[in-house]
Design a binder for this molecule. Structure first.
Ligand code: FAD
Length: 443
């Protein structure tokens, strides 16, 4: 039985561990904190084939420029003298075109189809987490945004999803009475689902523990040891851990780990916030996407969560009150009863974002037994099971054709850049990046 170490107990690492264990591997998960401590607990929990478009899209260039300089807009870049950020922004900018967007949409929509059936199978098979099959209602304040989304959603029918319903403002308020008069219309996508992310993490942890998988918290991986094209062990704060194969699923922190072994994954932290009100102050029947505000509003059992914003501000998980206030203001235009209730739970998480908006899933270039699964941006929960299923095939030496568009090698400029740097020559220490104090690529 091969010994596989998974670095990171977020939703991606935990699903990978489950798939690997189900294939008979002896699996150990290492996390520097605890399961869900990164980005995988306070998010909106959406499983959304409807939102399969990658982040860089046609038409985003002009809007992104405006947004980037306004500190209260949904997307904000803290501009700083950081070569990696500037390179990332350039690559992102170059992907804001129809051809790359359509390719990315296709790859993600296919992965979504697998993910949704794996979610259904896991839930029906007894994995106990809060899953709702309630659809998604997109809400609009302007005609232009509405038409843009309608055209985008029309792509979905090619993947077997039913055409979403178009609703005018009155029809929206009939199905969701909490929606305010400024909303001019909505689009109801019935194919989308959502989970309570905390319950998903807890269910995965329980299932893994019951299956004999060790999840070791407080075990920060400081370094990877390699011999030629093979990685052989992790050096962690809890000791040295040898392995046959290793999967790096450390979210946004995967990049500094990979850099140590000579592979530069262009990854930026896209910080977002959520506010959870429990009990819910008013009733919402299904998740609402507040389009112009780019806010996800999700009803859970006994709670309501609003989540949004994308701050490219480096490794910095602090809550920025100005951004939270801007979110509150934006939400009330859609949901007038929304208030910044005292006692609500506020949370910030860093999404791992690649410049082409696609995750990096597969073998690390230059290595036989080192794998990576990260870069899922706004879709980590949505795509976790299919990511894990495909990756576990690769780890087992099988083919995973659906993962071809996500091959990490797409970011390599030369063959085996790893060798150019040498696997054991550590250039940066990942721990230095935890609170943004590093001087490396992520400032
Ligand atoms: C506001 C917001 C809303 C979102 N809403 C949705 C949504 O509705 N649907 C959706 O699909 N996605 C959503 N996302 C995105 C989703 O949360 C992420 O894509 C996903 O959680 C990423 O999971 P991960 O496992 O890759 O990373 P993480 O959850 O960040 O896990 C990485 C883990 O690695 C550990 N780690 C890091 N470095 C080390 C090290 N050196 N050694 C050991 N352990 C280490 C960390 O402690 C952490 O536990 C949202 C994100 C935000 C911020």
């Amino acid at each position: 039985m091969s010994r596989v170490v998974v670095i990171g107990a977020g939703v991606i690492g935990l699903w990978c561990a489950l798939e690997l264990r189900d294939r008979g591997a002896d699996v150990m998960v290492l996390d520097r904190d605890w399961p869900g401590a990164g980005c995988s607990s306070g998010n909106a929990g959406w499983i959304v084939p409807s939102l399969s478009g990658p982040l860089p899209g046609p038409g985003l260039r002009s809007r992104a420029l405006r947004w980037a300089i306004l500190p209260t807009s949904p997307l904000h870049v803290s501009l700083r003298a950081d070569g990696a950020l500037l390179r990332w922004m350039w690559q992102f900018w170059m992907r804001c075109n129809e051809r790359d967007y359509a390719r990315g949409f296709d790859a993600i929509a296919r992965l979504h189809a697998d993910s949704q059936s794996l979610y259904a199978a896991a839930h029906d098979g007894g994995l106990e987490f809060e899953l709702h099959r309630a659809g998604l209602l997109l809400l609009f304040l302007s005609r232009s945004e509405y038409h843009h989304a309608r055209d985008d959603l029309a792509r979905l029918t090619a993947y077997g999803y039913e055409r979403p319903d178009e609703l005018d403002g009155h029809a929206v308020r009939r199905v969701e009475p909490a929606v305010g008069p400024e909303v001019i219309g909505g689009i109801l996508a019935r194919s989308d689902w959502h989970v309570r992310p905390e319950s998903l993490v807890a269910a995965l942890v329980d299932r893994l523990a019951a299956g004999g998988v060790t999840i070791q918290g407080a075990a920060e991986v400081h370094a990877l040891e390699a011999a030629g094209p093979r990685a052989i062990a992790c050096r962690t704060s809890a000791g040295r851990v040898p392995f046959d194969q290793c999967v790096i699923a450390a979210g946004v922190w995967s990049a500094p780990l990979l850099r140590q072994v000579g592979y530069e994954l262009p990854l930026q932290a896209g910080k977002g916030y959520s506010m959870t009100l429990s009990p819910a102050p008013f009733r919402v029947a299904r998740p609402l996407y507040l389009a112009e505000a780019k806010v996800a509003c999700t009803p859970f059992r006994g709670a309501l969560r609003a989540a949004g914003t994308m701050d490219l501000s480096g490794f910095d998980a602090r809550l920025d009150r100005r951004r939270v206030r801007a979110m509150d203001r934006a939400i009330t235009r859609f949901l007038p009863a929304w208030r910044p209730h005292p006692g609500r739970r506020e949370w910030a998480g860093m999404r791992p974002v690649t410049p082409d908006g696609l995750p990096a899933i597969g073998r690390v270039p230059g290595f036989d037994n080192l794998f990576v699964a990260t870069g899922h941006a706004m879709l980590g929960v949505s795509l976790a099971p299919a990511t894990a299923r495909g990756l576990s095939r690769l780890v087992a030496g099988e083919q995973a054709p659906g993962l071809a568009p996500f091959d990490p090698a797409r970011f390599c400029r030369g063959a085996h850049r790893r060798r150019a740097h040498g696997p054991d020559r550590k250039r940066t220490h990942p721990a230095a990046h935890r609170s943004g104090q590093g001087t490396g690529g992520y400032g």
